[in-house]
Ligand binder design. Sequence first.
Ligand SMILES: [Zn+2]
Length: 441
Amino acid sequence: MKRKKKELLTIFREMIRKKTVSFEDMSQADAAEFAAFRALIAERFPYLAEAAEYRELGYNGMLFRVKGRSDRKPSVLMAHYDVVPADQEGWTHDPFGAELSGGRVYGRGTLDTKGTLFSIAAAVDQALSEGWIPKNDLYLSFGGEEETHGGTCGAIAEYLKNENIRPAFVLDEGGAVIPEGLPGLKKKAAMVGIAEKGTANYMLSVRAAGGHAATPPRHTAIGQLARAAVRIEKHPFPARLSEPVKKMFRELAPELPVYERFAFSHIGLFEPGVKLLAPRLGPTFNAMVRSTAALVIFEGRSAFNVLPDKAAMGVNVRILPGETKEGALNYLKKVVADPAVTVDLIDGTDPTPISDTACGEWQLLRRVVKRTWPDAAFGPYMLNGGTDSRFYSEISDHIYKFTPMEMTAAERKTVHGADESISVENLFTCVRFYGRLIREL
Ligand SMILES: [Zn+2]
């Protein structure tokens, strides 16, 4: 029997009320809230709990396996149930109150990503209640440390790897259906991430003799480091059209009016122009065509009358597919070109491999997206940030990063911001999307 929307909405609101806030130091997190969330899923989705093999992996990961008629082409649907804190100003609703107002549910995690977790569980539970058996094994992989880049999802992927399971299809958060479309594209766009840039942190430091500020040398440690800062900003990483970006232009080309179509489908011809234009087209486009460096930390002495004996600067680099964190380290050293400045790689991840789009899995996803949003263009793109699905890179070539929801620019801003909320309509469209998807996998 089909469950009433009202009942499902109550469950979703219960999920939002659990304060599953993750911290870099997880000893600060409220483990009882995480446990209560896990118990809630088992309780409210009884067919899922009954039919699936369930295990908890890593710090707080949940993995369900719904056995299919075959185990040859397993699929994984992903989400995470930890959320970022909601302590910023501007909330007009209780961030953990799950208040229903004007057709929307307000609360931390409604979009990122308890909304998709709920939709996956609701769709699978509903289908199971109707006697459905998946064609292939279906795994639901729910992490609880995504926001803090913890290892939970890594533990889930490691488990699957050890079990020799190679997913034929993985879907995690990422792009979305963008109602405003893209420049030149006068319709909605469903953008599916097929690769992620790498992220690496570097520390640049200068040591000096110190001493009294009354008799300074020509350059203090800070002055010397500032020169390195200027050089990094003056010499951005070279612009290049990476494979995911070329694919984006090529795949979106047929959706365009005739004139733009040529430019989009022959984007390679325009590569020199693209490189020249990139800095002028704004930060989003610029980030698409090059590794970027952001100077984010600057430390020296905190007294006015003392020369700093050390100055340090933190740089966050987002690395384009095809490049590496060691390559970026060498580039920074080359650009700084100063033996007094030490450049160290602190931590980071390389870009992910690029997922296949010339395959049945990509077509399947396109089909389900087009059935749910018939008037939307469909295309691949590259994510600037990191998601948990990068942990699956080793065991699958078909990892797609797409949140099946319509999200306006204003809504996307509330992710990690104030008044995060989802419309009830959007939420149930998402449930329908997963309901269609699981019957195709
Ligand atoms: Zn997030």
